[in-house]
Design a protein around this ligand. Structure first.
Ligand code: RM4
Ligand code: MN
Ligand code: MN
Length: 441
């Protein structure tokens, strides 16, 4: 099999560094690729189709995940981490260069505020990166802010606080329009910590009323993504606590409102892949925040804890894609990551995550759906289940590596990244991020 590196015009890591790293692994990679191709031929799958699909697949990076995060207790900064949105975008382009598949960044305001959005747009474009959904933040107070969000934002009991939260979302829309984003993700921390603290119906009613104003200003080709979360920071009740409330709100608002599923925002053991199926069946699956978790909203690297769940989610996505093809409808959820990197270099975590997400997608693509359907009709449980198991247990790494190589990326992204000395160089040239306070991101 040949090897066709795209000549990328812009690269943050010198392309010869990647080429040198790849040269060491190329023979083994091509042998693995041929072996995988031969195995897939036996089940009537052309590996070239898979690589093509992979190259067309993409997932957005979280700007807030580019810096080292922390827990409630502490944050341990990483020398060379970005200190502003331009540097965050620069690191995103490194991830994209090495791993491919991550050509967009999702910004979070006011964290990513800057003085010149046109300059940001142009800079981002030269690095081959585009903008995914813009995220608003009314779950924290910002310096100089008139009213506090301590007791809520879009659902706050006082109109003036709700108004302030609405205005922040409208400002996010304006920034997003300047940058060329096409979606606004709204996640609120509103809720209560004690029974009796709020009236459930009133808070949701106020939330909807506020969001209607934001929705009213949404351009026609945008969508409003509603992100639910079971708890935290509100520990007794959350206003948008689950996908049920999320879909009700999306339906009440209109066609441009859809639901965003963050994998870490559910109770343990919840069947998330089924939520995905339900939302897509009713045209309300708008996007994802990929991450992994063991206990709560841990924001760990995608695929690091429960790769089978990630695969099952993609199994539903591929089946929804196929249904859309059959019915001539559009199915275009926005895939994004939402991770916090407390003890790893964010670039390395995101490289691993891109591989895990794309891997789950390819495995979902090789599920023998016709056979599975026949077994389902026949109630042949073990064989239907095995259609999933066999796909999940396949080693598809060579297909992923080939997609990366063809996009100018690395066979082993982390090895190439380490060989480049990128972070050490940034530690010398970027100013240090000093605030040491705890905090999720
Ligand atoms: C929340 C939620 C949001 C993200 C913030 C930082 O838990 O996942 O998507 O914007 O964290
Ligand atoms: Mn999220
Ligand atoms: Mn979260």
């Amino acid at each position: 099999m040949g090897f066709l590196a795209v000549d990328r015009k812009i690269a943050t890591i010198p392309q010869e560094v990647i080429a040198r790293a790849n040269a060491k692994l190329m023979d083994a990679h091509l042998a693995d690729y041929d072996a995988l191709a031969a195995r897939l031929v036996r089940v009537n799958i052309d590996i070239e189709d898979l690589v093509e699909k992979l190259m067309a697949f993409s997932v957005g990076l979280p700007s807030w995940g580019m810096v080292s995060g922390g827990t409630r207790y502490a944050r341990f900064p990483l020398p060379g981490e970005p200190t502003n949105v331009f540097e965050k975008v620069e690191d995103c382009s490194v991830v994209n260069q090495l791993a491919g598949l991550t050509p967009r960044v999702s910004l979070h305001f006011p964290w990513d505020k800057c003085d010149d959005y046109e300059a940001l747009r142009q800079y981002t474009q030269t690095l081959g990166i585009g903008f995914d959904a813009i995220n608003s933040n009314t779950f924290q107070d910002q310096t100089g802010q008139k009213r506090s969000y301590k007791f809520g934002s879009l659902s706050h009991s006082q109109l003036a606080t709700r108004q302030q939260a609405i205005e922040h979302n409208l400002e996010c829309l304006d920034i997003g329009k300047k940058l060329g984003s096409k979606a606004l993700t709204v996640w609120i921390g509103d809720g209560s910590n004690f029974p009796g603290q709020v009236e459930f119906t009133d808070t949701l009613e106020r939330y909807l009323e506020s969001l209607r104003t934001v929705y009213g200003q949404l351009p026609d080709d945008w969508r409003l993504l509603i992100e639910h979360k079971m708890y935290e920071p509100a520990f007794y009740s959350t206003v948008i606590q689950d996908w049920g409330t999320s879909i009700l709100c999306a339906q009440a608002l209109g066609d441009k409102a859809q639901c965003l599923v963050d994998l870490g925002h559910h109770a343990p053991n919840v069947n998330i892949e089924m939520i995905v199926a339900r939302l897509s069946q009713f045209g309300k699956l708008g996007g994802f925040h990929f991450n992994d978790s063991k206990y709560g909203d841990d924001d760990l690297d995608s695929g690091s804890i429960n790769p089978f769940q990630l695969f099952l989610v993609f199994n539903e996505l591929v089946s929804a894609e196929k249904r859309a093809e059959r019915t001539g409808t559009r199915f275009t959820p926005s895939y994004m990551m939402d991770q916090t990197h407390n003890v790893t270099d964010p670039i390395e975590s995101l490289l691993n995550s891109a591989r895990a997400i794309a891997g789950a997608y390819v495995k979902a693509l090789i599920v023998d759906r016709d056979a599975m359907r026949a077994y389902q009709e026949d109630n042949d449980v073990i064989m239907a289940h095995n259609c999933l198991r066999l796909a999940f247990e396949s080693d598809v790494r060579a297909a992923l590596a080939m997609a990366r190589v063809r996009m100018g990326g690395a066979i082993d992204p982390i090895a190439a990244y380490r060989e480049s000395g990128y972070r050490a160089h940034k530690a010398d040239t970027r100013k240090a991020r000093t605030e040491l306070a705890g905090g999720i991101v």
